[in-house]
Each structure stands twice: as C-alpha cells, then as structure tokens.
Design a protein around this ligand. Structure first.
Ligand SMILES: Nc1ncnc2c1ncn2[C@@H]1O[C@H](COP(=O)(O)OP(=O)(O)OP(=O)(O)O)[C@@H](O)[C@H]1O
Ligand SMILES: [Mg+2]
Length: 455
C-alpha cells in the first residue's frame, strides 16, 4: 500500500489513478496530522509526499512532516514532490531522510519509475542477509571477474547484486585501482538491461565546450565543425546503462546540463529543438570526495543526490589484505596462461610480504607488479626477493619520470595540473605563467575558462 499526501485533491487523485492502473494499492491523505496517524496505524510500503504542503508556507511544514514520518518509521521510504524552482527544498528533504525526489512537472513514466525503484530498493534492503558467503553470491549472481572473499567485500557484492535488479542510480567511490569500473560492469551484467548497451563515458576527458555535443549529439551544421549528424552518448545508451566515470571532474556548466537529463530523462540534440526522451540506468564513479566538493562549492548537491540513490564505497586493498593472496594468485594464473608458464607459483613467504604492503595503486598496482615479476624473474616459485626488484623499478620509474601512469590521466588533466602548478609557482602572475608555459596570455586565459580555473 502506497500513501499519497498532498493538500491538493486533484494531485492525490491523479497520482492515485496512475498508480492503480499499474496495480499498486493506494491511499490518500490531505493533512499532515491525518497522514501521520495513518502511518502510525497501518503499514505502508511507500509514502509520496508533496513538499509544498500548505501553499502558504515555504515547505518547512513538509520537512517537519517528513522528519516525523522518518522518526516513526525509519525504514519507510518517502518520495518527495517538489517544484522545480525549490530544488533546495528537495536537497533538504534528502538530508532529512527522503529516499528520492521528483520535481514538477513530472511525467507518468518518471513517477512510475521512481515508485518502482523505491519499492524494489526497500525490498532489497529488507531481504539482505547479514553475512553472505561467496558460494551463495555466485549461485545468485555473475561476479566471475570480481575476486575476493573479505567479509566487507562480500557485503558490498551482495548490495550491488540486489540493487542491480533495480533502476536505481549508483555512485561508486574508492581510490584509484580499487575496481570501480569492474563493479559498474558487474551491475550492468546482473541487471535486466544486460543485453542492452553499456556506454562508458570518461567525463574527465571531455573538454567543456564539447560536452553537449558528446553527450547529447548534434545535427549537421549545429556548429562550424559539425559536418554530419552525430549520436550522443545518451542516445547510444538508450534502453541500457550509461557509466559516467570521473564524475567529480565536471565543471559547473556541465553539471547543470547533466542534472537536467538525469532529472527528467529528456534532452535536446545540439542544433535541434526537438526534446528527446531517454531510458537509461545511471552508474557513476569517482575517486574524489564528492561530499567535500559539495561543501567547497565545486559540486552541486542536487546532482549528487541524483547520482547516489545507492552509494557504494570500495575499500582500498590494504583494508582487505586478507584477499591479497587470492587476487595475486588469480593474476598469476591468468598471466601464466598468457606467457605459457603453467609451472608458476608464489611462495607463502612472498604472499605474506605482499599482504604487508600499503598498495597506494590498489589492485591495479598488484596486477602490474605480478606481471612485471613474472617477466623479470624467470623463476618458477616467486619469492620475496623476486618481487623487490620490479617493485623498486616501479618506484624509481615514478620518481625518474614524474609523469603519471598511462591511463590514469588525460592530456587535458595534465595540462590543467601543469597550469595550476605554474600559477602557484609564480604566485598567480599571469605573464610569467604564460611565459613559463610557452603560450600567449590570451591562450592562457582561454585555458582558465576551459578548465574552470579561477584566479
Ligand atoms: N575484485 C577484483 N578482482 C580482480 N581484479 C580486479 C578487482 N578489482 C579490480 N580489478 C582489476 O584491477 C584493475 C583496476 O580496476 P578498475 O579499472 O576497475 O579500477 P578503478 O577503481 O576504476 O580505477 P581508477 O580510479 O584509476 O579509474 C583492473 O585491471 C581490474 O580488472
Ligand atoms: Mg576507473
């Protein structure tokens, strides 16, 4: 049973009708006090709550009611309805415990999808087992390439297995090399969208001025270089999953554009005025701390809440060191195949030693080390000493050429980082920075704009 709370009977009636057509059972209430006593008496699966409850207030009444609902029934999901202009209210609502929000005017499809997701998620939460075993998870899901038995990791797999079935947006955080991309792929693979597209977008790699054309596509002639129509990433992902990688690298204007399409699943192709609708599941990832970026004003809070209906944090490898032997042997076996060295193994002592290292580059670093060691040592049983040399090579490599690892940064990111470094070095003196970087002041200013550098 779903409870719909709004003081406007036309709203409650129309939502109620819509939900009943989709075979949900509903009840309506037009007053906060009445709603609260209903919630205390009956067991609802979901509440849909209008935040502009009394037309005379600023929504505080709505927040107040929401807090009371969450106090009475902490596990009961609440979806808020807010006006587009009062997005701040939605943000305050999510902080107070709402599970999702929809801004007016909403489409039937949007409302139904939000209701479906909220119900599926709460069902997923309530059936979670406290200590899932690897065997059990492998029976239920396909996590074949995700190695690990650490209890924290298994818990995480269980969460992603359950939410995979829903359309909920998932935000994956964690240090570089912890497996964020692999997890994103696993969510898609275990979802009903598995036979549809999985489109990966590295947002850190898209220059600000190309953002719309990349994401939404363009029609021929939309701008000087648009010689032919081009499909955007959202269109390519239609029906499937879009993976927004490095989401923390978006500048302010791209954040607004993304918010809109995530909000109402509509967008316009550049150069065309026709509004398109898209059916996508959104997974995003970053190794930055978005909550901190929100506090410092570099990331929109409303966008964060659109992305993180489910937040998954991957632990660094050093915090699941019990998995290191398993993962190391996994890489050893797969590389033994590649290099036709079936006889290879790692000694127990070496495995212990590997477990004691800090692994700033996490699983990716472990993988590289194993590969290097196999190539360098030529021995059958790899001992601690066999790992030391490749390890030092890696360390001195990163010392000698201070360039970051291939694949870890785009040219744009390097350019931005270099500009910031030069700015710091020259105390913000633009002429000297331009000279040091070998470009004109005008060219430097264009890059400030491109990278959102404020001086
Ligand atoms: N649980 C795991 N089992 C086996 N291999 C893994 C696991 N997690 C990650 N890997 C491997 O480690 C490498 C890094 O993983 P991935 O690219 O998903 O990391 P990431 O978190 O996206 O890193 P970055 O933040 O740098 O983009 C890949 O080669 C991946 O296959
Ligand atoms: Mg990645």
């Amino acid at each position: 049973m779903i409870l719909i709370v709004d003081d406007d009977p036309s709203v409650t009636t129309s939502i109620s009708l819509l939900l009943r057509q989709s075979s949900y059972r509903t009840q309506t209430s037009s007053h906060p006090t009445a709603a609260l006593s209903l919630i205390n008496q009956q067991s609802f699966q979901l509440v849909i709550l209008d935040m502009n409850f009394s037309r005379r207030t600023t929504g505080e009444e709505g927040i107040e009611l929401l807090k009371q609902i969450k106090a009475a029934k902490p596990g009961l999901p609440v979806i808020l309805l807010t006006a587009w202009g009062s997005i701040q209210l939605a943000v305050a609502g999510v902080r107070a415990g709402a599970s999702d929000f929809i801004t007016k005017p909403w489409t039937h499809q949007q409302l139904l999808q939000a209701v479906k997701t909220a119900l599926e998620l709460s069902a997923a939460h309530s059936t979670q087992t406290p200590n899932p075993t690897r065997e059990k998870l492998d029976e239920q899901y396909n996590f074949k390439d995700l190695i690990g038995n650490d209890p924290k990791f298994l818990k995480l797999l269980e969460v992603i297995g359950r939410v995979a079935a829903t359309d909920a947006s998932v935000l994956i955080t964690g240090e570089s090399g912890t497996g964020k991309e692999l997890i994103a792929e696993a969510i898609h693979r275990n979802s009903p969208r598995t036979n549809k597209a999985f489109i990966k977008v590295n947002l850190g790699g898209i220059p600000a001025q190309l953002f719309e054309s990349e994401m939404f596509g363009h029609v021929k002639g939309a701008f000087t270089d648009a010689r032919a129509d081009r499909k955007g990433r959202f269109e390519l992902a239609d029906g499937g999953t879009i993976f927004l990688d490095e989401i923390g690298d978006l500048d302010a204007s791209a954040q607004v554009k993304l918010l809109r399409v995530l909000q109402d699943r509509t967008y316009e192709v550049l150069g065309s005025s026709i509004t398109r609708t898209v059916d996508i599941r959104v997974i995003s990832a970053t190794n930055r701390n978005l909550a901190e970026m929100v506090s410092s004003g570099h990331f929109r809070e409303d966008l964060l809440y659109r992305l993180n209906l489910i937040a998954v944090h991957l632990p660094p490898l050093r915090e699941r060191s019990s998995d290191i032997p398993l993962i190391a042997n996994h890489f050893l076996t797969s590389m033994a195949k590649v290099y036709r060295r079936a006889d290879l193994s790692i000694s127990d002592g070496a495995l212990k030693w590997l477990q004691s290292l800090p692994w700033p580059g996490n699983i990716r670093q472990l993988k590289h080390l194993i590969e290097r060691t196999i190539l360098v040592s030529g021995k059958e049983v790899l001992e601690v000493d066999d790992f030391r040399l490749p390890m030092e090579m890696e360390a001195s490599d990163s010392h000698k050429d201070s360039l970051p690892q291939v694949g870890s940064m785009t040219l744009d990111e390097i350019e931005k980082a270099m500009i910031l470094k030069a700015l710091k070095h020259h105390g913000g003196n633009i002429s000297r920075v331009a000279e040091a970087l070998g470009m004109s002041r005008a060219a430097l200013y264009r890059r400030f704009e491109k990278y959102g550098i404020e001086i």
